[in-house]
Design a protein around this ligand. Structure first.
Ligand SMILES: [Zn+2]
Length: 217
């Protein structure tokens, strides 16, 4: 689904095919450039289509998007990083986050929640969240330095360290007022289920990217 990674020849046709099954116009999606930082941007009607037909027009220097505009689909692209879906059913606001370890270190998911609260008066306890497929702690081996980045969320097995990226995001979100019962997690590991999902860790540079998309009707 990415214009940049993996086999990109059919990216546009693949987007069109997949998004049409959800009633989403592939030309309307708004995408971020995804630079593994923690900038969150509130997008509006004028941004419709940014990143939809070319990577060049995506929202620059950004890894998370929010909006209250109906029929404005927000998208992130991942292979191992955690896609986080956010929805406030009361204020009718949505968000989507590309959360890798760098963004998670800077609490990008929490920053997205905060911007939803600041801009649209959302309340964290009302937000519904979803975690998509990502590299899970079963397969996400990391260096010892991760203990410094994440005091909690690094699992030691013998001499090896594993990063629980979804657990780290979950804990940060609970600390910011999100209700446990309002987080639904697909639980899927991109590496364990590489027959179904792209995994950069498993496939290396040839790995493509999946799309995660959210839209208010
Ligand atoms: Zn796994």
């Amino acid at each position: 689904m990415s214009f940049t990674y993996g086999d990109i020849r059919d990216a546009l046709a693949d987007r069109r095919g997949f998004l049409s099954t959800a009633g989403i116009d592939y030309k309307a999606i708004v995408a971020a450039s995804q630079v593994h930082a923690s900038n969150v941007v509130c997008v509006s009607e004028k941004d419709k289509g940014r990143g939809a037909l070319s990577a060049d027009t995506a929202i620059p220097d950004t890894d998370a998007l929010i909006t209250n505009v109906k029929r404005l689909p927000l998208a992130v692209f991942t292979a191992d990083c955690l896609p986080v879906f956010l929805y406030d059913p009361f204020q009718k606001v949505i968000g989507i986050v590309h959360a890798g370890w760098r963004g998670s270190k800077d609490k990008i998911s929490v920053k997205a929640v905060q911007l939803m609260c600041d801009k649209f008066h959302c309340s964290p306890e009302n937000l519904l969240l979803g975690f998509g497929p990502a590299l899970r702690s079963c397969c996400y081996e990391v260096g010892r330095e991760f203990k410094n980045y994440f005091p909690e969320g690094i699992i030691e097995k013998g001499n090896r360290m594993y990063c629980d990226l979804s657990g780290i995001n979950r804990r940060q979100l609970l600390d910011s007022g999100i209700k446990e019962k309002n987080i639904s997690d697909s639980g899927n590991c991109t590496s364990c289920k590489n027959f179904k999902y792209f995994s950069f860790r498993k496939e290396g540079d040839s790995s493509g990217r999946m799309i995660s998309v959210i839209m208010l009707k």
